[in-house]
Design a protein around this ligand. Structure first.
Ligand code: SF4
Length: 63
């Protein structure tokens, strides 16, 4: 599974980083950046949760 953040939607609220700091990093430009290309299975549930709490629906998962 890969994770993609749509920077045209992301506003840097940081909910993703609060939930899965191993995977998401909000940088100085107030955009979230995935820190790894392939998400390990053990992080799947937390990343899926991050998708649901993103207020901008900016996170997409690609299998
Ligand atoms: S929770 Fe959504 S809008 Fe907020 S920083 Fe993460 S991806 Fe961007």
């Amino acid at each position: 599974m890969k994770v993609i953040v749509d920077h045209s939607l992301c506003e840097g609220h940081g909910r993703c980083m609060e939930n899965v700091p191993e995977v998401f990093e909000v940088r100085d430009d107030d955009r979230s950046y995935p820190l790894m290309k392939e998400i390990p299975e053990e992080l799947r549930a937390r990343v899926e949760h991050a998708v649901t709490v993103c207020p901008r629906a900016a996170i997409k998962l690609v299998e």
